[in-house]
Design a protein around this ligand. Structure first.
Ligand code: CA
Length: 222
């Protein structure tokens, strides 16, 4: 399982990243300042780094310059609160592989993380891990194609991500909050009924018995 180093000092965003990445099948380790991140980033135990730019002790760009300076080739995805073109240019010049401006949806991050990990994953012959199968449903994480009994099903990007969260947590109650975080992002209004609406869409496409409502708690994949 790919191991991701999260370098983020804002607890709410760190928790959002951890939850989302873990429920998408990654192992995560989080540190909240730049000084701690450098030795961890170069020791070779991680497959990718999600690096916030505004960090205590040592900012993200310094972290990036140091780890590249030491020859570490690990993919780095930068997060920044500022949609500043100069930040972006400096980030790429310092050796970032990709860039995401806050606020972002988890889905956007996941696409970038997977794109960066793909060569490494293919090389380690874990290609089978990129297809999730349960019962008669298969979900291909590379092509975003879903099939039921070899019959293709058309899902929107959000429906796909929601189905993936369910399939990674079979038999477990998945809360509305967890779905909101994974599919919509941490800035989404928690009072919204958008999760229920999308569960309705998914049930229509894959069969109503697949997702059970657990009153007061959320949903369970069967
Ligand atoms: Ca920060």
């Amino acid at each position: 399982m790919p191991h991701i180093l999260i370098v983020e000092d804002e607890p709410r965003i760190a928790a959002f990243l951890e939850k989302g990445l873990q429920s998408s099948g990654f192992v995560t380790t989080t540190v909240s300042d730049g000084a701690q991140a450098v030795p961890m980033a170069i020791d070779g135990n991680f497959d990718l780094i999600v690096l916030d730019l505004g960090l205590p002790k040592k900012d993200g760009l310094m972290v990036l310059e140091e780890i590249r300076g030491q020859g570490a080739q690990i993919p780095v995805l930068i997060l920044t609160a500022r949609d500043d073109i100069q930040d972006k240019v400096t980030g790429f010049e310092s050796g970032a592989d990709d860039y995401l401006t806050k606020p972002f949806r988890f889905e956007e991050l996941l696409v970038r993380v997977r794109a960066r990990l793909r060569p490494a994953m293919a090389a380690s012959a874990q290609a089978n891990d990129l297809t999730l199968r349960q019962g008669n449903i298969s979900l291909d994480l590379r092509t975003h194609k879903v099939k039921i009994d070899d019959r293709p099903i058309e899902l929107s990007a959000r429906e796909f991500t929601m189905l993936e969260v369910f399939m990674r947590n079979p038999g477990q109650v998945v809360s509305r909050e967890q779905l909101l975080n994974s599919v919509w992002g941490y800035d989404y209004d928690p009072g919204s009924n958008v999760v229920d609406v999308y569960v309705g869409y998914l049930r229509k496409k894959i069969g109503s018995s697949a997702i059970e409502t657990v009153r007061g708690m959320g949903y369970r994949w069967r």
